[in-house]
Design a binder for this molecule. Sequence first.
Ligand code: 4H3
Length: 256
Amino acid sequence: MRIDVITLFPDFIETCAKVGVVGRARERGLIEIATWNPRDFATDNYRSADDRCYGGGPGVVMMIDPLRRALANVRQASGSAAGKAIYLSPQGARLDQAKVEALAQRDHLILLCGRYEGVDERFIEHAVEEEISVGDYVLSGGELAAAIVIDAVGRLQEGVLHDAESAQQDSFSNGLLDCPHYTRPERHEWGVVPSVLTSGDHAAIARWRQKQALGRTWLRRPDLLDRLALDKKQRALLDEFRREHEHKPSDESSGE
Ligand code: 4H3
């Protein structure tokens, strides 16, 4: 996959794209990431990419033409003649794992990061295929949102994750939240690892994990559960979790 990012802060994206799973994937040539600064496509001596907002007020807006020229250069460099951009903004459709999986199938993404009051609406109308939001909150720029898309999409590329990181086991890959995880020491001042996990009984462990995933989703994100058609076995596991939950003391945690 190739990802082109149009941004006034290319260093921000470059830094994000250097670390962790995405950094490794990039080094191995599994994803290609390029950044484009609209300032490099300005025509005045100040390299302006923004101007005052029509209608008044203190803000500035990113201008059409520097962005348009940046996009033309992306198209030339990537060989995708008609490529439109994805604009990260709070006005977009909320990103979820299903959308991430759909984006991950594509071989080219062009991400547009806004700053200030955003981008001239005419650029959005002509050169943006869709707006995506990473959540219902406002950021000072689209770069963090783009970094989220790059990470979520990048880790799903063929060959990026090794077995231990397998995307199959992810929270959300089955529409449920993840189960709890533990590592050594088994006994600690703050608690003991559930005994099933040290039993060596793989079927019992898989059952426990499924039950915890169902239970946590029920407790924390009932909206996700409503959208799933649980099978008979899952319903039985969730019922078991709920019965146990009712008989637990109300304070689950033990402080600190
Ligand atoms: C994305 C971008 C929130 C999100 C963003 C999100 C700055 C969009 C500018 C930039 C506009 C004005 N905030 N929730 N901020 O995904 O270009 O908001």
